[in-house]
Write a protein that binds this ligand. Structure first.
Ligand code: BGC
Length: 279
């Protein structure tokens, strides 16, 4: 009996995104980084978008390369149309096309409602909602231009919007953020409806509390962590790998019949945990 030696670092059965080109916005940290690494392991070549902290983006690139996939870091502020268009041009010239867009870049600017400035409102809406619109529009243009290649994927393109449990859970003190994510929900569904006939799939992932820099105050002390657990029936905080695995699956042909859906990854945060004993 002979054993076959594979040149590839990963088993081909796990390379669900082989020969596909992915762009992950805000991929230098947190959830975006987790998704970029997971997609690289699954065989995709990855553009690691960032707006600040180039060093961190370059580290993600090096990690992806270790898994045998290609990657490069690309600076662009997703809320700026010219920068988004430049980023897509560069991706298409270096990688030939785009198969997977992960609309992940996002931020919080928290304030009580009456204290919230117009700048805080605009920044959050511009990055979290307009940024997703601008990137999705460029991706759809390229998916339609290039069309379906069945040897690569059953779909002509996949868009994954990173939304939040706060696309349905109201959030006092974070009105701008909740409004941006509520907007992502109907933007995603409306794009999905419009582009489905072109075999383009558009879905959202809605994370609950995931251990990342955006919400450090919610988990980094024992008191904060036990307060957070009152909101999470499953009894643990989420990790970026929980999201990376789902994003990889949602970009792969294993989920080929899924479009226009929000998938909640939240340990039950959206189950109204207060009603477990009340009501
Ligand atoms: C927010 C986090 C928060 C989580 C659950 C996310 O969308 O960015 O700060 O911990 O929702 O409330």
């Amino acid at each position: 009996m002979t054993t076959q030696q594979s040149e590839e670092p990963c088993d081909s059965a796990t390379q669900k995104l082989k020969r596909q080109m992915a762009l992950v916005t805000g991929a230098n940290s947190g959830i975006g980084k987790g998704i970029a690494l997971a997609m690289g392991k699954a065989g995709a070549n990855v553009v690691v978008n960032y707006v600040r902290h180039e060093d961190a983006a370059n580290e993600v690139v090096e990690d992806i390369k270790k898994s045998g996939s290609k990657a490069f870091a690309c600076h662009a502020d997703v809320s700026q149309e010219d920068q988004v268009q430049e980023m897509f041009k560069r991706m298409i010239s270096e990688f030939g096309t785009i198969d997977i867009l992960v609309n992940n870049a996002g931020l919080q600017q928290d304030a009580s409602f009456e204290e919230m400035t117009l700048d805080q409102w605009n920044l959050v809406i511009n990055v979290n909602l307009t940024g997703q619109f601008l990137c999705a529009r460029e991706a759809v243009r390229e998916f339609k231009r290039r069309g379906l290649r069945e040897e690569i994927s059953s779909a002509a393109g996949k868009i994954i919007c990173i939304s939040s449990v706060h696309e349905v859970i109201p959030w006092a003190g974070h009105v701008n953020y909740a409004a941006s994510k509520g907007g992502v929900m109907l933007m995603m569904q409306s794009i999905a409806q419009e582009v489905a006939p072109f075999r383009i799939r558009v879905n959202s992932i809605c994370p609950g509390a995931i251990r990342t820099p955006i919400n450090t105050d919610a988990w980094n002390t024992p008191q904060a962590y036990s307060g957070l657990m009152k909101l999470i029936p499953y009894g643990r905080i989420g990790e970026v790998d929980d999201i990376g695995r789902m994003a990889t699956w949602l970009a792969s042909d294993d989920s080929d019949y899924i479009t226009g859906t929000s998938i909640f990854i939240d340990g039950g945060m959206t189950l109204y945990p207060g009603f477990a004993t009340g009501g």
